[in-house]
Design a protein around this ligand. Structure first.
Ligand SMILES: Cc1ncc(COP(=O)(O)O)c(C=O)c1O
Length: 431
């Protein structure tokens, strides 16, 4: 039997004290995930990839198992193609680094720079959308500066919050070497047709690489990176998957992983080292990119979290539940005079459990503060620019409201919580 929302709430003690509606920023970690981490700390706390003794082997086994679970359940990729990271931001930065620096490695007896993944030329273009999180903008501005590429920004539909395929089509051409684009917007909650974006980019230029910022995808819905067809997909473990902070992943297609320069090198990444050269490991490509001691407990926790969301609740159930809460919330908001709602308000098929709004006459931060301090239980929502200032400027809310107020749901949230939030917003809007 799948876990009910009530059972999940029982696993998340915070739900007894707060109405937590900020799952887009981070999620509370359920007890079974905490227990898996505690078990590591209490029963087999040893480093991985180093020790021969029994608990070191056990730690290694569980860490590898965690990778296998996350790869299979959250992304549907090979474990070898899944680099463990701290979060989405680290994954995107690591990928950007590899596009700037050719692989340096001993091969065929010589230590040399290999062919770069992208041979940057004058006139090359990096494309990303205006809706992106800063973590999927800044690394590309820096890369473009360093390699002399041009940036092309893909606009989004101000009404629906969608990045339309036609806008992607207009932005990509034979000069586009990279398309970096989100799966789900953390501002408008729009689920984008990323499969179509990949197809469009590859049709315009078969050598164009596509990175998907999947920060708001896995754990909230089924994700299949093979079906999407992207070259890289970065996500955070501490959001949809209900894993701990400090856990995340970056999928990179094997053919690129083999030829890409890791951002960090050192312990754990090598097959051999002399004082004048080194050979990177070839047995587990992902581990080339994981220099030094990883965040072992968090990653074992993420493996447990993947099972929890995918096997014990079910990703389809999570998606349906979030859509139904979102629909209820939007319907309620639309009935409150003085409230503006951003993004799609009718077609729930393109909407994740993320809703941005404002109350006219209120700064968004004041709304969030009032929801926390003036109501019992406190209602916790995010306010501000959500690390997406260009998107907030495009929506015209940055200067006017300091951004938006944002409610974001997960499976464990309830219709009663949504009602309580609506009552509170109605009260604030009437004062
Ligand atoms: C769309 C999007 N991209 C990237 C990020 C960055 O995620 P993290 O802080 O886990 O690196 C976020 C965080 O909210 C996000 O919503």
């Amino acid at each position: 039997m799948p876990l009910t929302p009530e059972q999940v709430r029982a696993d998340i003690p915070l739900t007894a004290k707060y109405i937590y509606l900020d799952n887009c920023a981070t999620t509370p970690v359920p007890k079974p995930v905490v227990d898996a981490m505690l078990e590591y700390f209490y029963e087999y706390c040893a480093n991985v990839e180093r020790g021969a003794y029994s608990i070191a082997s056990l730690a290694n086994e569980r860490w590898d198992l965690a990778r296998a679970k996350v790869a299979k359940l959250l992304l549907r990729c090979d474990p070898d193609e899944l680099i463990f990271t701290r979060n989405t931001t680290e994954g995107i930065c690591a990928f950007a680094y590899a596009l700037e620096h050719p692989l340096l490695d001993r091969s065929g007896g010589t230590f040399r720079e290999h062919e770069p993944i992208i041979k940057w030329e004058k006139g090359d273009v990096i494309a990303f959308s205006e809706l992106e999180h800063h973590s999927n903008i800044m690394p590309w501005i820096r890369l473009a500066r360093h390699v002399g590429a041009k940036i092309r920004v893909i606009p989004f539909n101000r009404e629906t919050g969608q990045i339309e395929p036609s806008a992607v089509e207009e932005a990509v051409d034979e000069h586009t070497k990279l398309l970096a684009i989100q799966h789900v917007s953390n501002v408008t909650g729009t689920i984008h047709p990323v499969e179509e974006f990949v197809r469009i980019a590859k049709e315009a230029n078969p050598d164009c690489l596509v990175l998907i910022d999947g920060s708001q995808g896995p754990g909230h819905m089924e994700v299949d990176v093979r079906r999407i067809g992207c070259d890289a997909y970065a996500f955070s473990g501490h959001k949809g998957p209900l894993g701990p902070q400090g856990s995340g992943g970056l999928f990179v297609r094997r053919e690129f992983l083999e030829r890409m320069e890791p951002m960090e090198i050192g312990g754990g990444t090598i097959a051999d080292v002399t004082t004048s050269d080194y050979k990177l490991r070839g047995d587990a490509l992902c581990k080339r990119w994981e220099a030094g001691t990883p965040s072992i407990a968090c990653l074992i926790g993420l493996g447990r979290a993947a099972e929890y969301v995918a096997n014990e609740i079910g990703l389809k159930r999570i998606e349906e539940r979030e859509k139904s809460l979102t629909e209820q919330f939007i319907e309620g908001l639309m009935d409150i005079p003085g409230v503006e709602v951003y993004g799609e308000t009718e077609d729930m098929s393109i909407k994740a459990g993320i809703v941005s709004f404002n109350i006219r006459g209120w700064d968004s931060h004041d709304v969030a503060l009032a929801l926390d301090s003036e109501f019992k239980p406190p209602i916790l929502m995010r306010a501000g620019h959500h690390c997406a200032i260009p998107a907030c400027r495009a929506l015209g809310v940055y200067e006017r409201y300091g951004g938006t107020v944002r409610a974001s749901f997960h499976y464990y949230n309830t219709p009663e919580e949504v009602e309580a939030a609506l009552r509170a917003i109605r009260k604030l809007a009437s004062t």
